[in-house]
Design a protein around this ligand. Sequence first.
Ligand code: FAD
Length: 434
Amino acid sequence: MSEKFDVIVVGAGPSGNAAAYTLARAGLSVLQLERGESPGTKNVQGAILYAHALEKIIPDFRDHAPLERHVVEQRMWLMDEAQACSGMTYRDEQFAQPPHYRYTIVRARFDRWFSEQVREAGATVINETTVTGLLKDKNGKVVGVQTERDGGEIRADAVILADGVNSLVAQRAGLREDIRAEHAALAVKEMLFLPRETIEQRFGIGEEQGVVIEIAGRITHGMVGTGFLYTNHDSLAIGIGCMLSDLRRQQLSPYQLLEGLKRHPSIRPLIEGAEMKEYAAHVIPEGGYKALPRLYGDGWMIVGDSAGFVNAVHREGSNLAMTSGRLAAETLIALKTRDKPFTASNLSAYKAALDGSFVMKDLKKYAEVPSFLHGNPHMLGTYPSLLNTAAREMLMVDGTDKRTKQRRIFAEVREKRSLLGLVGDSYRFWRAFK
Ligand code: FAD
């Protein structure tokens, strides 16, 4: 392609679409390249869409985006092998009133819709094209991309890397290292189809309303990870993910964990009779703040999962992806308006914008969490198990007096964790999550 663009965006997931849409709306010439047959075909997500991030890009998205259900209830389950202690169930009637804050979505449909908006905004979108490398000038400034097509060099004043967790393009160009196993979670997900009314009846929700269940505990065999179950219109998304380093050490596959989760007595009745139609596996960057790569340089910026922008504590990724894509685009728009070149020093405004946003603030807040969870197998193993034991003791009305039950619980706690260990864990927990 001989034409030169203002910006090339690599990838058409939420971060790339947010960037390309924002740039095209502002009148910049944008080329977006996606390796998938169509946007969304390669993408995996639970998927919860957080409205705030998309609202800043397409304020009226609720009128036309393919949304599934709006979430009215959040459940947090701490599971043992055959028990589930509902750590928290939060249902809010305010969540049932528009405008809704969280929706379930099906990524294949959602990404296709978002991509249509990008095209309508004026960007050139080309699918089935893999970017294989970056073009640099003699000073090392990024000046375009190399694609796998014949004569596939395309030039631009800036390149936004939105190519997802592995970001091979950034790695090959020496802008980022490969993700380390202890910073990557491998998640698997299935789509289980059920009639709409069955879902509403089983989860106690009305038409268009949805439930989110987040799950931790023994289902991950003590590894750092969580599971989830979300309601769509006529399907359920169920999944589980654990850190790659843990899976390797324990020689377990996420598929085995997912089968275990589906067999759990608290899950089985919810999914009974459902038809499994889709299975997908994907890596999630969960290294957090301390694992972030360099975010910009001469002629380039990196956004979304490629930059490692995932808040694993709150299971947020797509909102960080869309926000970082938008902020990268706004940085370029502001520079273009002032006729300033896309040099590293000028693009540092992107990092400043991220620092001022919830993206960096939240990542910084939980900077210690990944190492805390890695170094403490009790958090997702021993403690959920103890909580379930305590719940069983107290809820089993069998003629034993409550003080005796309390003594039994304390004895079990002392057997599983020393007093010193308990105090240390509480302090480290407070430090990591404060
Ligand atoms: P991606 O969505 O990965 O998009 C990258 C795009 O780049 C893809 O379309 C890919 O095909 C394309 N691409 C890659 N390489 C090239 C190349 N060389 N050339 C051209 N194109 C290329 N987040 C939430 O907010 N809520 C959730 O409920 C949630 N649940 C999740 C559940 C699972 C199982 C997983 C795996 C993730 C979940 N996430 C969730 C995280 C969320 O999916 C990601 O944070 C988000 O998709 C990141 O968007 P992105 O655009 O940066 O990357």
